[in-house]
Design a protein around this ligand. Structure first.
Ligand code: ATP
Length: 310
């Protein structure tokens, strides 16, 4: 036991460097490795955990680049398949702070799980944190199968719904229903404040959490940006303050928080017991806040992992 498996998308973010221009006008793009579950695996691995990423990249140069990018951080890439063209997201941040966004879905949706039953004999935590899986495709089926097998094999399940408004336009209700389903089957969930409000239809932290805990029984970390993290269990709630830094780029801060949290959790002999010990959880969340804050001090989600320590 002791492995963390993260399943989902590993994709290219093409980030427009022509400040203030939309995607129609912008001409210069930088290529970055992205994908929330891959960021989580890379963070956990950097902090000393055995972490694997499972997903499909394109059978193209971008796929090779992506595999190398997470291998660099020590992630086990043996569960990655290659097929078709790599998934790509083009992003530009305009003067008013709005993002112009084009998503070209490719290989990530083709992922089919293979060998999970065997792999689960060494696995302690399954992390489901994809921004694309619940949209559909084979990856959605893979999520259902991986989750059911994890529950059958006593693997702890972590979930981050990773809502992207650009991807769910007009299908928000479908997202809410799916997110609730996954939350209710998980042992640890990380939600941003906005996701919590959206999923539970309340605009107040405690009211939304009361709604959530009508059907959920385990641990939640609600990320509050510079304020820190609201750590929640069925019986206890506490804001764990973040550390003071000057943020340069907060992209991937949430993924770094999850990666750090899981890397600390997996070190515990009794993971399920730790998830019931609020004092232990407070300590883990404080350390994860520190890692997430460090990630905010450098540009890029995966590149900034070079600066993290526990
Ligand atoms: P993502 O950034 O991946 O989309 P998210 O919305 O969950 O995810 P945030 O709430 O911005 O991300 O941040 C996650 C964690 O990062 C916070 O809980 C906190 O620990 C840390 N963090 C974020 N912003 C700051 C900041 N300005 N100063 C210190 N820590 C921060």
């Amino acid at each position: 036991k002791g492995e963390i498996i993260c399943i989902g998308e590993l994709l290219i973010d093409f980030i427009c460097e022509d400040t203030g221009q939309d995607l129609k006008e912008g001409e210069t793009f930088v290529k970055k490795a992205g994908g929330a579950p891959a960021n989580v695996a890379a963070t956990a691995s950097r902090l000393g955990a055995k972490a694997s990423f499972a997903g499909c990249v394109g059978d193209d140069p971008f796929g090779d680049f992506l595999i190398d990018s997470i291998k660099y951080h020590g992630v086990d890439t043996s569960m990655i398949s290659k097929q078709g063209n790599t998934t790509m997201a083009f992003v530009s941040v305009m003067d008013d702070g709005e993002r112009d966004f084009v998503f070209v879905r490719g290989a990530d949706e083709k992922y089919q799980i293979k060998g999970f039953e065997e792999r689960y004999s060494n696995c302690s935590i399954l992390h489901l944190g994809s921004a694309t899986a619940l949209l559909g495709g084979n990856l959605k089926k893979a999520y259902e199968e991986a989750l059911n097998l994890a529950l059958k094999n006593n693997v702890t399940v972590s979930f981050d719904p990773n809502f992207r408004g650009d991807l769910w336009k007009g299908r928000e209700d479908e997202f809410i229903n799916l997110a609730k389903e996954y939350i209710n089957k998980s042992h640890f969930v990380k939600l941003s404040e906005d996701e919590l409000y959206m999923i539970y239809g309340e605009k107040d932290l405690d009211k939304a959490l009361n709604k959530m805990y009508e059907t959920y029984n385990h641990v939640a970390a609600i990320t509050l940006g510079s304020k820190g993290t609201y750590l929640v269990t069925k019986g206890q709630r506490k804001i764990i303050p973040s550390i003071k830094i000057t943020p340069v780029d907060t992209t991937g801060a949430g993924d770094a928080f999850v990666g750090a949290f899981l890397s600390l959790l997996v070190k515990e002999k009794d993971i399920k017991g730790t998830l019931e010990n609020f004092d232990n959880l407070k300590e883990i969340a404080a350390q994860a806040n520190k890692v997430a804050a460090l990630v905010c001090t450098k540009i890029g989600a995966m590149t900034s992992l070079d600066v993290i320590t526990l």
